[in-house]
Design a protein around this ligand. Structure first.
Ligand code: ATP
Ligand code: MG
Length: 141
């Protein structure tokens, strides 16, 4: 197994519901190392840039507006196989299809307001982490 880093976001719906702490606890209990963490309230342009790969999807505008509704908790997580392991912990995009015990099953409200984000590949993580964090904000150990 190779050590990987992934970008995790606790989305505005979950921060507003005050479950960010419970989500961080699940992350720590699952053995991830939190390498960086901050709260940011994205502008519409920042959300549009982050989700640029979805610009042709019908839900793009609504998704970007949702992501600017309130602050997000951003984290860089490190672990063996971190990208897939974080996506497994999140569960399926649609909470109605997410497995029992996953974060989206337990905390998401809808397919859009689905509590968390995770990078979907090493290539995505390599773009998404520096989109939000400078190298000085990463705390390797
Ligand atoms: P994320 O990229 O946030 O980790 P994901 O990889 O599971 O989620 P994507 O297909 O990349 O899912 O979609 C990005 C986000 O767009 C979803 O997490 C969700 O917030 C929103 N989304 C996806 N599909 C829909 C849809 N059909 N209707 C509304 N919003 C959607
Ligand atoms: Mg995705």
């Amino acid at each position: 197994m190779t050590t990987q880093r992934t970008l995790a976001i606790v989305k505005p719906d979950a921060v507003a519901k005050r479950v960010a702490g419970q989500i961080v606890t699940r992350i720590e209990n699952a053995g991830f190392t939190i390498v960086a963490l901050k709260l940011i309230h994205m502008s519409l342009d920042e959300a549009r840039g982050f989700y640029i790969v979805h610009r042709e999807r019908p839900f793009y505008q609504s998704l970007c507006e949702f992501m600017t509704q309130g602050p997000c908790l951003l984290m860089v997580l490190e672990a063996d196989n971190a990208i897939q392991r974080w996506r497994d912990l999140m569960g399926a995009t649609d909470p109605a299809k997410a497995a029992p015990g996953t974060i989206r099953r337990d905390f998401a409200s809808s397919i859009e307001a689905n509590a968390v984000h995770g990078s979907d590949s090493p290539e995505s993580a390599a773009v998404e982490i520096p989109y939000f964090f400078s190298s000085l904000e990463l705390c390797p150990r």
